[in-house]
Design a protein around this ligand. Structure first.
Ligand code: PLP
Length: 413
């Protein structure tokens, strides 16, 4: 008799964005002429940059010729991309990495959900609250949590790090013992970002308490303030206690193209039950070699083009476009009386609901009265209650229109 993985039954409901899609579809079916503006899901809308398209075309042509055709590639990724990453993302910031510390993946969602596999099955982890839901849900499925507690909206056995206005929506190091901590900087969903001194405190605590920081910097390109590091490896000693994940989804529009990378420094160790240090880099390498056959060649050539001078100029122009939208949301809603966080180092604005309204009630109100789709803060954790996430990934025209529609509701007296 086949037994199911009963950990799945601990998950209380649908994946957040599936629930939103269902509500939006029902609304659209009931109001076929509604002109909906989607500022909910964090998906980009601008097309791939010409330099990236050209590189993809070249790679497609190579696949059509027996002399340049590629079959299985290295599980870790091609060196042309790994070296372009080191040069483009790290050497420019004074960070030295070896090629074999970089692992190319097919999306940061995949990477961040799987990275737990190199840690012990008795893994105890901490997450910011609110945070990108995949960190938590993937660990639930792997049996790293106790049961779901509907009254608190939390899982037993998980260490939640509350992010509130009082701490600037920045997770603070846990006071209890954990093995790994997921940090998202700049944060999805709050759009806030930790500074160098705040990250230094994290690295110091991780060293003292021997935990590993899983550092997701999917929104690194959106950083505008000089005291926010672009990589955790800008912090001295971080290579001993951190694994960094990056994605091409938001910096180069790869949400449908799929490419990412993980940096597992050779200096990073975890421990056996008897306390012996074991390097994490060979473990992740072994994991990838067994579970993964590499990101497609064509896609890795496309990602390489992101680092060309044209690729940089074109992709950063798109990031700038989205950041202008972020400012339109931040400034427009602030002017309308809302309290707005984020949207300075990130494409996300974290908006306090009016008059203490619940997140899902505000979601329904905005859908019904303004035909604007947002994301309720509670979808990211219990401390998201009373907030709404708006994304800057729409067109400028739609963003202006959405802000105007929300302001016109005159919800804040
Ligand atoms: N990490 C964070 C914090 C995200 O917000 C997202 C996507 O929204 C991802 C990872 C997933 O990125 P990818 O498209 O590379 O799977």
């Amino acid at each position: 008799m086949a037994h199911v993985n009963e950990n799945y039954s601990k998950l209380p409901g649908n994946y957040l964005f599936a629930t939103i899609a269902k509500k939006v579809d029902a609304y659209a079916a009931a109001h076929p002429h509604a002109n909906m503006i989607r500022l909910g899901i964090g998906d980009v809308t601008r097309p791939l940059a010409p330099a990236i398209i050209a590189a993809m075309h070249n790679a497609v042509d190579e696949m059509a010729d027996a002399a340049t055709f590629r079959g299985y590639g290295p599980e870790q990724g091609y060196d042309f991309l790994r070296n372009a990453i080191i040069k483009g993302d790290y050497e420019t910031r004074g960070i030295h990495l070896d090629t074999d510390e970089i692992f190319i993946g097919d999306g940061a969602k995949t990477d961040v959900a799987y990275i737990q596999q190199i840690f012990g099955s008795d893994l105890k982890f901490a997450v910011a609250d609110p945070v990108y839901p995949v960190y938590l849900d993937s660990n639930v499925m792997m049996g790293h949590t106790g049961n779901w507690n509907a009254a608190t909206g939390t899982y037993d056995g998980v260490v939640y790090l509350p992010c509130t206005p009082e701490n600037g929506f920045k997770a603070e190091p846990p006071t209890e013992k954990v093995d790994i901590v997921y940090l998202c900087n700049p944060s999805n969903p709050t759009g806030t970002a930790m500074t160098k001194s705040e990250l230094e405190a994290w690295v110091r605590t991780a060293k003292e308490n021997k935990f590993i920081i899983i550092y997701d910097s999917a929104y690194e390109t959106y950083i505008t303030e000089p005291d926010v590091p672009h990589s955790i490896f800008e912090i001295e000693g971080a290579k001993e206690v951190a694994i960094e994940l990056r994605s091409y989804s938001k910096c180069a529009g790869f949400t449908g193209t799929r490419c990412s990378y993980v940096v597992v420094p050779k200096a990073a160790n975890a421990y056996t039950a008897t306390g012996e240090a074991v390097a994490l880099n060979p473990l992740w390498n072994r994991r990838q070699c067994t579970f993964f056959n590499g990101t497609p060649y064509i896609i890795q050539r496309a990602a390489e083009a992101y680092y060309s001078p044209e690729g940089q100029q074109q992709c950063l122009a798109d990031v700038k476009y989205y950041m202008e939208n972020a400012h339109i949301i931040r400034d427009g809603l602030t002017k309308a009386g809302f309290t707005v966080y984020g949207a300075t180092n990130s494409p996300y604005a974290w908006v306090q609901t009016p008059n203490g309204m619940k997140s899902w009630d505000f979601f329904d109100l905005l859908l019904d009265k303004a035909q604007v789709v947002t994301t309720p803060g509670t979808g990211f954790g219990p401390h998201g209650e009373g907030y709404m996430r708006l994304t800057a990934f729409g067109s400028k025209e739609n963003t202006i229109e959405a802000v105007q529609r929300i302001a016109n509701l005159k919800l804040i007296k």
